[in-house]
Ligand binder design. Sequence first.
Ligand SMILES: Cc1ncc(COP(=O)(O)O)c(C=O)c1O
Length: 365
Amino acid sequence: MTESATAIIPTPRARVQAMMEYHPPLGSRDALRLDFNENTLACSPKVREVLGRISAGALTRYPEREPIEAIVAAHLGLAPAQAALTNGVDEAIHVLFEAFLEAGDELLLPVPTYTMYEVYASATDARVVAVQAADDLLFPFERLLAAITPRTKIIAIANPNSPSGSAATRAQLLEIASRAPHAVLLVDEAYFHFHAETVMDLIGTVPNLMVARTFSKAYGLAGLRLGLLAGPVELMRWVRRVLSPYSVNSLALACLPPALEDTAYLDWYVAEVLAARAEFEAALDQAGVRRWASRANFVLVEIGRQHAEFARLMRAAGVLVRDRSSDPGCDGRVRITIGTREQMRQAALALNETLATRRAGNEAQ
Ligand SMILES: Cc1ncc(COP(=O)(O)O)c(C=O)c1O
């Protein structure tokens, strides 16, 4: 290749040039994984059975999502046209933003919240309007209402929210939907199973409401990348135009019916996590660590100035946690996923040891 040939390369859109590359801090995770809010154990054994039976021949075919979409829709009390399977909720967010956000539009977000809303918004020509929660990290309802403008096009609310664990009420969500009829209200129910409150039943009756669900958390299928976007048919038709027809692969599709059917496994896992959360919260209180009340499978804690050192020491003790200090209003705060009671007893031990090591280090200084 000549020098002049290498000098001319195509340039991407200006928006993309300004974007930051997002790398989740995964790295080596051969430890107790309390950093990404995944299921910390396994998916249902029924899903594993189905996976083991998938033939090589089945992999030669393009995936057919519609029959499975109909099964999931029925499971959620929706019409098939009201539900689309996606490659994780991340793809649901991506296609929704792609379909609706254009120059001059505003994406309204209570913050701190899930990082990918801002990442996908930054690829569009819309403006992000962030509404900061107070120090209690409760849902900033009044401030959010006040931030609605005629340009608001999407309002994205993770419910329960991450990393705070707090939740908006159904009445608050309904009020927001009615005060912004010109905007899509996306309620991201990734952590629904731990919260048990939903607005999914309002799909189709509230004309601008859309709901996302994931199979990455309670179901334990983060590696398969399975999500769902639900909404009124009038909005779903635009989303389907930009949704890639094969983005949900055939392994994921095959695993969905057994995952949905095995409600006993799901109920067991959720009950285990909730019991573990109560125990772990008591351990945090005993250790004198400030924490925020959580409606999900994680808890946000105040570590202070030495947050990075804390995360490093916890990793050295075999427990991965997620430093959220760079989130707006979260300086010094670390998020810890809740697993089983046994795992959380191990985490509490590591936490107490880490805090003691840190205290000893501070006193020696
Ligand atoms: C609020 C929220 N939405 C969506 C996701 C991503 O879900 P998925 O794995 O289905 O893409 C996460 C993952 O952490 C999340 O916290």
